[in-house]
Write a protein that binds this ligand. Structure first.
Ligand SMILES: [Fe+2]
Length: 317
């Protein structure tokens, strides 16, 4: 039999980590920042080759009501180096959602990451892996939110601060996580209060450090005054899939007027909810027409904020 190796992505793994993996936030060192896949040249190539449907570039501007609003933009015909330059100097962030479509080495790295965790954490079995590369300007922030799948955040370049909040009320009301999995989440469904910070765990992510927090824990992120390159990885396990189905079914039942909903993790109650969630999900009953994006700016390295306004147009998802 071929000898099993645990891999070399995690550089300071300790024997007791399996007992806390997924249960507590883990702030660990890694080696991804030294990979050839994340040099300026590699990132520039990815940016140039990304198809329109596989990237987002965003910024925020005050709307007519004075509130900051997230905006969607486009790369235009800029080179990868110019796009990086705009991110370095401006106020934008870029999500590359399918780097493996440009170069399968990114997909192989993603598989390797999870292979390594599975070999280090007995019993861990993950699937539906996804990765996104985030390139963001100095001082850009990500507001308070929660994610549906298992999440890891890997820092490649620059520094950011991450606040992780307990994944339970009042930080995460049960109804909010249900709306999140049903795709009905609005920002107001997960209200953030400044005093929540008193109960947050705070981590400064430097290149070569990553963070993995428990499922659905709310978090927010602020870049320090530097260009940031980060990678997110997402995964499911059967426990995460079951939690998803229970929240999905509970969301449907709550909308139908039921109260005191249990969050089963085993037994007939879980099976009934798995069946309900699957029946509704695959019936297409809840399928909504996806709204197109309005693209209203183009990246521009010669502009101080890294972009300029253009005549808005719609882009289908
Ligand atoms: Fe997130």
């Amino acid at each position: 039999m071929r000898e099993q190796t645990t891999g070399s992505i995690m550089t300071s793994w300790k024997e007791h980590y399996p007992s806390v993996f997924g249960r507590h936030a883990l702030h660990l060192s890694h080696s991804l920042h030294t990979s050839e896949l994340f040099t300026d040249a590699a990132l520039a190539r990815l940016l140039e080759k990304a198809e329109r449907g596989d990237y987002h570039v965003n910024t925020r501007s005050a709307g007519p009501d004075g509130k900051l609003k997230r905006r969607e933009g486009e790369f235009g015909d800029l080179s990868g180096a110019q796009l990086l330059e705009a991110a370095r100097k401006g106020d934008i962030w870029i999500n590359l959602r399918a780097p493996q479509k440009v170069d399968k080495a990114y997909g192989e790295l993603l598989s390797e990451i999870y292979r390594e965790f599975e070999s280090r954490v007995p019993g861990l079995k993950t699937f539906r892996h996804l990765t996104t590369i985030l390139i963001s300007s100095p001082n850009v922030y990500v507001p308070y939110h929660a994610d549906v799948p298992g999440q890891m955040l890997w820092q490649i370049r620059g520094r950011k601060r991450v606040w992780v909040y307990p994944g339970r009320p009042p930080f995460l009301p049960q109804a909010a996580i249900e709306k999140l999995v049903l795709g009905e989440m609005h920002e107001t469904d997960m209200p953030y209060r400044e005093w929540f910070d008193e109960f947050a765990q705070v981590y400064d992510l430097e290149p070569g450090w990553m963070l993995h927090w428990p499922l659905n824990d709310p978090h927010r992120v602020e870049n320090f005054d530097s260009l940031n390159v980060s990678v997110t990885t997402e995964h499911y396990t059967s426990a995460i899939r079951n939690a998803y189905a229970v929240n999905y079914a509970n969301g449907l039942l709550r909308a139908a007027g039921m109260k005191n909903l249990q969050r089963q993790t085993a037994g007939p109650g879980l099976w009934a909810k798995l069946a309900l969630a699957a029946a509704v999900k695959f019936s297409g009953l809840r399928r909504k027409a996806e709204k197109p994006y309005t693209i209203d700016f183009r990246v521009d390295p010669d502009s101080p904020n890294g972009y300029r306004d253009i005549t808005p147009y719609e882009l289908k998802k």
